[in-house]
Design a protein around this ligand. Structure first.
Ligand SMILES: Cc1ncc(COP(=O)(O)O)c(C=O)c1O
Length: 385
C-alpha cells in the first residue's frame, strides 16, 4: 500500500480526509463514484492498474485504503455486507482445520461457522475467549484461527486482546477480531496482535442506516493476498455508491462515536436506577467484569448496551410503547434502536447456548443514537413506567 499524506496526523484528521484526500484524476475532494464495471486498457503490454471492478474500483479502493490506515493494517477490503466479509475470512480455511471461536458472536457468524463451514469439514470450538485457560484448553494441533468479538454482541463480554495475541502467536493461528462495536476510533486490535480485523460497515462506520457493507483489514501482506484472492473469487466487493456512503460516514466517525459513547453512558446510568430493570450490561460501568480490560485496550465504550428487565410483560410493553426509539434490528446508526436478541439477531443460536450466555426472554439490546439524550431517556422512561 502506498503511503498517505495524512499518515502521521491524528486519527480524527485521517478519518476526515481519508487515505488520499482528493481524487488524483480530477482533484475532486469528495471521492467520485466510479460507476463503471470495466476500464480501457492502455496497451497489450500495459493493461493499467484498473481492469475490472470486481477486482478493483477507485471508489472502493479509497475506502479500503482508508480503513486499513485507520486500523493500522497493511491492506483493506470492502465487501457487500459484514457477513460477506466474514465469508472471505473463513474461506481461507480448509477441510480438517479447527477454529477457536468466541461463544457469544453475532447470530449470523454462528450460523456461518456452525452450519455452513462445518459442512465443509472445518471444526469450531466456541469458548469464552475472556478465559485464558479455556482458550488454551481448546487449542489443538490443527487450530488455524482464533475468532472473536470484544465486546460481544449482545452480552458485552470483553476479551483481553493482548492475551489472545500471545496465544495465537504461540500456536501459529490467525487471530481475527470483529471490531464492529467499537470501530478503530476506540479500539485497534492490530496494535494488540490481531492479524485480521473485520467490520460490519453497516453499523457505526457508515453510521446512517442507509447501506450494508463489510470490511476486512489485514496486518500483513500474506493475508492481504489471500483476501484479495477471495474478493476476486467470491465476487462480493462493495459497489461504488455504497463505498462512497461508507467513506462519507467515516468522515464524521470520531464525532459520532464520541456522542454515541456519551449518550450510552447516560442511558446506562438511567436504566441502572429504574425499578423494572434488573441488570444493565454496559462495559463503561465499573461493576462490569470487563471494565478494567476495556480501560487498558480501548479509548471508549461505544454506543451499545444490553439490559435485563423484570418480566416478559415489561419487554412487550417497552417494545410496544417506545415512540421515538425504533424497535428494529441493527445498531450503530444515528437513530436509537431497540432489539430483542432472542427472536431477532440471535435467533440462529441454539436454545441451550443462548440460555448459558444469558440471552433470555427478558434481555433487550439498545443501540444508543445521536439524539438529545434527554429525549432518549424520556422515551425509555415512558415505555418502562
Ligand atoms: C458484530 C457483528 N458482526 C457482523 C455482523 C454482520 O454484518 P452485516 O449485517 O453487515 O452482514 C453484525 C450484524 O449485526 C454484527 O453485529
Amino acid at each position: 500500500m502506498e503511503k498517505s499524506r495524512f499518515e502521521n496526523m491524528s486519527f480524527i484528521t485521517r478519518a476526515v480526509h481519508g487515505f488520499r484526500g482528493f481524487d488524483p484524476a480530477t482533484g475532486a475532494i469528495s471521492t467520485p463514484i466510479y460507476q463503471t464495471s470495466t476500464y480501457r486498457h492502455t496497451s497489450l503490454e500495459d493493461i493499467g492498474k484498473y481492469d475490472y471492478s470486481r477486482t478493483i474500483n477507485p471508489t472502493r479502493e479509497e475506502l479500503e485504503n482508508t480503513i486499513a490506515m485507520l486500523e493500522g493494517g497493511v491492506a483493506g477490503f470492502a465487501f457487500s455486507s459484514g457477513l460477506s466479509a466474514e465469508l472471505s475470512v473463513f474461506s481461507m480455511l480448509s477441510q480438517g482445520d479447527h477454529v477457536v471461536i468466541g461463544d457469544d458472536t453475532y447470530g449470523g457468524t454462528y450460523r456461518m461457522s456452525e452450519e455452513l463451514f462445518t459442512r465443509f469439514g472445518v471444526e469450531f470450538t466456541p469458548v469464552d475467549t475472556g478465559d485464558e485457560a479455556a482458550v488454551r484448553a481448546a487449542i489443538r494441533p490443527n487450530t488455524k484461527m482464533i475468532y472473536l468479538e470484544t465486546p460481544t454482541n449482545p452480552m458485552m463480554k470483553v476479551t483481553d486482546l493482548a492475551m489472545i495475541g500471545r496465544i495465537s502467536k504461540e500456536c501459529g493461528a490467525i487471530f481475527v477480531v470483529d471490531n464492529t462495536f467499537l470501530t478503530p476510533y476506540f479500539q485497534r486490535p492490530i496494535e494488540f496482535g490481531a492479524d485480521i480485523v473485520i467490520h460490519s460497515g453497516t453499523k457505526f462506520l457508515s453510521g446512517h442506516h442507509d447501506t450494508m457493507s463489510g470490511l476486512v483489514v489485514t496486518a500483513n501482506e500474506e493475508l492481504a493476498e489471500k483476501i484479495h484472492y477471495m474478493i476476486k473469487t467470491e465476487g462480493a466487493g462493495l459497489a461504488p455508491f455504497d463505498s462512497w456512503l461508507v467513506l462519507r460516514g467515516i468522515k464524521t466517525l470520531p464525532l459520532r462515536m464520541d456522542r454515541h459513547n456519551e449518550n450510552c453512558m447516560k442511558v446506562a446510568e438511567f436504566l441502572k436506577q429504574h425499578p423494572r430493570v434488573e441488570k444493565v450490561i454496559h462495559t463503561g460501568l465499573p461493576e462490569h467484569p470487563g471494565h478494567e480490560i476495556m480501560l487498558k485496550q480501548t479509548s471508549g465504550f461505544g454506543g451499545t448496551l444490553s439490559f435485563v428487565v423484570d418480566s416478559v410483560e415489561t419487554v412487550k410493553r417497552v417494545l410496544a410503547n417506545v415512540e421515538m426509539i425504533m424497535f428494529a434490528e441493527s445498531l450503530g446508526g444515528t437513530d436509537t434502536l431497540i432489539t430483542y436478541p432472542l427472536t431477532q439477531t440471535h435467533a440462529s443460536i441454539p436454545e441451550n447456548l443462548r440460555e448459558k450466555l444469558g440471552i433470555t426472554d427478558r434481555l433487550l439490546r439498545l443501540s444508543v443514537g445521536l439524539e438529545d439524550v434527554n429525549d432518549i431517556i424520556a422515551d425509555l422512561k415512558k415505555a418502562l413506567d
